[in-house]
Design a binder for this molecule. Structure first.
Ligand code: ACO
Length: 358
C-alpha cells in the first residue's frame, strides 16, 4: 500500500497579540523581537488561567480579531482544523479510522485525541491517541500515520498538530514569552493502491542529552523537610504534581537546529533519491526566521521557496508546520504534485524530516 496527503486545514485563536502589546507587559520592543526572530504577531487562546498577573490585567478588555466564537480550547482548534482538512479531502468524518493529535499542551493530561474524536462526531469511534514530541510532533505524527497505513488496517488518518504554548510559558520572561503562539493544523492521509507513495522518505531522531536546553519539567519533589508538612507520615499522601514553565537556552537550541535540520533533510533527500534542487518548497517548523534562513542557505534552496508565516503566528510548536502548509496550499503556492521537504525540531531534544508530495 501507498499513501497520499489529500486535505489540510488549520485554526488559530481570535486573540491577536502584537510585539507592541508585549512591550507593555515585559521589557522588550518590536525591533528587538522582529530583528532577532521575524515574529510580529501571535494568536493566543484567551481566558485561560495562565493569562495571569500583568498580562491578564492588560488584556482583559482587549478586543479579539476575527469572527466571534464560543470558548476556545486546544480541542476546538484541533476540531476546526480537522473539519477543514476533511472538507478539502472530501472524506466523511465517519470514514476516518485513526486520529493522531500531536501536542504537548493537551486540554487533558491523559490526552485529548479522544475528546477531539467525540467533538468531531465520528460515529464509528476510530482509534484516537496523542503524540507528545513538542515541535517535532507533527512530522512524527505523519511518520506514525504512514507506518500505521503500511502495517495495514487503516485507510483515512487524520494527523493533527495542535499546541497552546501560551499555557506553559512564563509571561514575565521576555526571553521566551515573545516567541510562542497557539494554533492547530491538520492533514488527511489516505491509503492508496500502488507504489506511488505521497510520503517519499523520512528521518527521525531524539537526543535526551540535550533535554536540559529546552523543557517544561515536573517540579522536583519537595525537600525532606517539606515532606510530611501536611501532617502526613513520610510524605504520604504525596503532593499534587506541578510543572515548571517552559525553560529554554535559546542559543543552544538555535545552534542545535541549524546543525541537525540540514543534515536530516539531506539524509531524507538521499533516501528518496532526490537532489535538493528537485524540491519545490522547504517547510520547516516555524521557530525563528534566522533558523529558516540558515537552513535554506545550507541546503542551497532559494528563499522564494521557503514557506514562512511566523511573522503572523510566532512559534506554534506542533501546530506550526500544518498551519503553514494549509496557508500555502489555500493561497495557491503549493500545488498538486509539488515536492516538499519538511522538518520539525525542538524539545526532547527531538528532530525529524520528511519528503512528501502534495
Ligand atoms: N527583548 C529585548 N531584549 C531581550 C529580549 C527581549 N524579548 N530577550 C532577551 N533580551 C536580551 C537579553 O537579556 C540579552 O541582554 P544582555 O546582552 O544585556 O544580557 C540580549 O537580549 C541577548 O539575549 P540572547 O538570549 O543572547 O539573544 P539571542 O540572540 O540568542 O536571541 C532567541 C534569543 C531569539 C531566543 C534566539 O536564541 C533563538 O531564536 N533561539 C532559538 C529558539 C527556538 O527556536 N526555540 C524553539 C524551539 S521549538 C520547541 O520545541 C519549543
Amino acid at each position: 500500500k501507498g499513501c497520499k496527503l489529500i486535505g489540510c486545514g488549520s485554526a488559530v485563536p481570535s486573540l491577536k497579540i502584537s510585539n507592541d502589546d508585549l512591550a507593555k507587559v515585559v521589557d522588550t520592543n518590536d525591533e528587538w523581537i522582529s530583528v532577532r526572530t521575524g515574529i510580529r504577531n501571535r494568536r493566543v487562546i484567551s481566558g485561560q488561567s495562565h493569562t495571569c498577573g500583568a498580562y491578564a490585567l492588560h488584556y482583559k478588555r482587549k478586543q479579539s480579531v476575527g469572527p466571534l466564537r464560543g470558548k476556545e480550547s486546544l480541542t476546538t482548534l484541533a476540531v476546526e482544523a480537522a473539519h477543514k482538512a476533511l472538507e478539502m479531502a472530501q472524506v466523511d468524518v465517519d470514514d476516518v479510522d485513526l486520529i493522531l493529535v500531536c501536542t504537548s499542551t493537551p486540554d487533558d493530561i491523559f490526552g485529548c485525541a479522544p475528546k477531539v474524536q467525540k467533538a468531531l462526531g465520528c460515529a464509528r469511534n476510530p482509534l484516537a491517541y496523542d503524540i507528545t514530541a513538542a515541535c517535532s510532533g507533527f512530522i512524527l505524527g505523519l511518520v506514525s500515520a504512514y507506518c500505521h497505513i503500511k502495517a495495514g488496517g487503516f485507510k483515512n488518518v487524520l494527523v493533527i498538530g495542535a499546541d497552546a504554548l501560551s499555557r506553559i510559558v512564563d509571561w514575565t520572561d521576555r526571553g521566551t514569552c515573545i516567541l510562542f503562539g497557539d494554533a492547530a493544523g491538520a492533514v488527511l492521509i489516505q491509503a492508496c493502491d500502488g507504489e506511488d507513495d505521497g510520503l517519499l522518505s523520512f528521518d527521525v531522531h531524539s537526543d535526551g542529552e540535550g533535554y536540559r536546553h529546552l523543557n517544561a519539567a515536573l517540579k522536583e519533589n519537595e525537600t525532606d523537610d517539606e515532606l510530611g508538612s501536611n501532617g502526613s507520615v513520610l510524605g504520604f499522601p504525596p503532593r499534587q504534581a506541578s510543572y515548571s514553565c517552559l525553560q529554554m537556552n535559546g542559543k543552544e537550541v538555535f545552534r542545535f537546529a541549524v546543525r541537525v535540520v540540514p543534515q536530516s533533510i539531506e539524509y531524507s533527500l538521499a533516501k528518496a533519491g532526490l537532489p535538493a534542487s528537485s524540491i519545490d518548497w522547504l517547510l520547516l517548523h516555524q521557530a525563528n526566521q534566522r533558523i529558516l534562513d540558515a537552513v535554506s542557505t545550507r541546503l542551497q534552496i532559494p528563499s522564494e521557496q521557503v514557506i514562512s508565516n511566523l511573522a503572523n503566528y510566532g512559534n506554534t510548536s506542533a501546530g506550526s508546520i500544518p498551519l503553514a502548509l494549509d496557508e500555502a496550499v489555500r493561497s495557491g503556492k503549493v500545488k498538486p504534485g509539488h515536492t516538499i521537504a519538511a522538518a520539525g525540531f525542538g524539545a526532547g531534544l527531538t528532530w525529524a524530516s520528511t519528503i512528501f508530495r502534495w
